[in-house]
Write a protein that binds this ligand. Structure first.
Ligand code: NDP
Length: 334
């Protein structure tokens, strides 16, 4: 079983030498355990926080241990009565080819149906990132039809699901993404009404001007994935009683400071600003996954994936994700 472990902690930017590829034997199964062969593993921005020793919303990852992460695959051996060989499953198998899972633990392993939804989507649009978009939109922004909502990292795993969910609620939906290709895709394929290329704007005033053009009635809801200059520009355009769902601040994950110029506008506009962690709201997952699954099955959500080949490609693909080299959900195919 090939595995990637965290070998040492990053200082500043994460680098490939923080990881190490190792090989180990798969142990014999105990009662209630199953052996899962991974087909895809998920790379997610939260993994960067786990590489640090300091306090983060995700617990720190121990050195020498397999990198934690979501996986989809199939059961190849089983000692649990509810799982059969050949079952397709989603779990937290980590950066390795196989995982031994205690299937009796609630939520450790979930069977999935691939009739209408491809297996890999359970790591993206119909998985954790999709539910993240759903929670921030439905539970925090809670938009009325006709309101304007904006999201940063609009073409990523979370962003693409957000676009379809907001559209389904009759919102004017505006994305912010890096580069003309991503912006075109957001409008042509994901159903965004407009998408702003933040890389064309070197300061918040310039970006705020573009926001004014594409959000003529102001912004009622903002889904924050990035932080920094983008958040400052958004604050200049928020309407009174607007809601900001703080999901991520990826611009700061490698340690860069994220100063805020306009915090007083939170008061002036009586904004609600609420952070959240999707894994703390398991009660919404069934409802969210049902809606996301039907958006995919009906072609209203057509997410894109960037797939790296083979376990050894995972570190570079992960570093690329933190720099926006991914286009849609970043996966590794095993
Ligand atoms: P994405 O697929 O969106 O990939 C990350 C994207 O972030 C990149 O493609 C890039 O897009 C953008 N990005 C990276 N660096 C910067 C930067 N310096 N400035 C602006 N944009 C940048 O990842 P996910 O959809 O998986 O995650 C999106 C966000 O959601 C992350 O912040 C993540 O931490 C957060 N998250 C939070 C959860 C929670 O429970 N709170 C759960 C899941 C995700 P571009 O090229 O457009 O800049």
């Amino acid at each position: 079983n090939q595995q990637i472990v965290l070998d040492n902690r990053p200082e500043g930017d994460a680098v490939a030498s923080n990881f190490k590829l190792v090989t180990s034997e798969t142990p014999a199964l105990a009662e209630n355990q199953v052996l899962v062969k991974h087909h895809y593993m998920s790379l997610d921005p939260y993994m960067r926080g786990r590489m640090n020793d300091s306090k983060s919303y995700a617990a720190s990852q121990a050195l020498g241990e397999v990198m934690i992460g979501g996986t989809v695959g199939e059961v190849v051996e089983t000692r649990h009565p509810k799982f059969a060989v050949g079952d397709q499953v989603v779990g937290m198998g980590g950066w390795q080819q196989y995982s031994v899972v205690d299937a009796a633990q609630p939520g450790a392993l979930r069977k999935v149906d691939t009739t209408h939804v491809p297996l890999s989507y359970y790591l993206g649009a119909v998985g954790m990132p999709g539910v993240t978009a759903w929670y921030g939109l439905v539970k925090i922004i809670n938009p009325k039809a006709g309101e304007t909502v904006v999201i940063s990292a609009a073409t990523g795993a979370v962003g693409s699901a957000f676009g379809a969910l907001a559209k389904a609620r009759g919102c004017r939906t505006v994305g912010i993404a890096g580069g003309p290709e991503k912006c075109k895709y957001a409008v042509d394929e994901l159903g965004f009404d407009a998408c702003i290329d933040y890389k064309l704007h070197k300061d918040m005033y310039s970006l705020a001007k573009a926001l004014k053009e594409h959000c003529p009635d102001g912004i009622d809801g903002y889904f924050e994935n990035v932080g920094g200059m983008i958040l400052d520009a958004i604050l200049l355009r928020m309407n009174a009683f607007g809601r900001i769902a703080v999901c991520g601040m990826i611009a700061g994950y490698n340690g860069a400071p994220l100063p805020l110029t306009n915090p007083a506008l939170i008061l002036v506009n009586r904004l609600k600003v609420e952070g959240f962690i999707v894994s703390e709201h398991m009660e919404v997952w069934p409802e969210a996954l049902t809606e996301l699954g039907s958006l995919v099955a009906t072609g209203k959500l057509r997410p894109r994936e960037t797939v790296a080949e083979g376990l050894a490609a995972a570190p570079e693909a992960f570093l690329g994700l933190l720099k926006g080299k991914n286009f849609g959900k970043q996966l590794v195919k095993l």
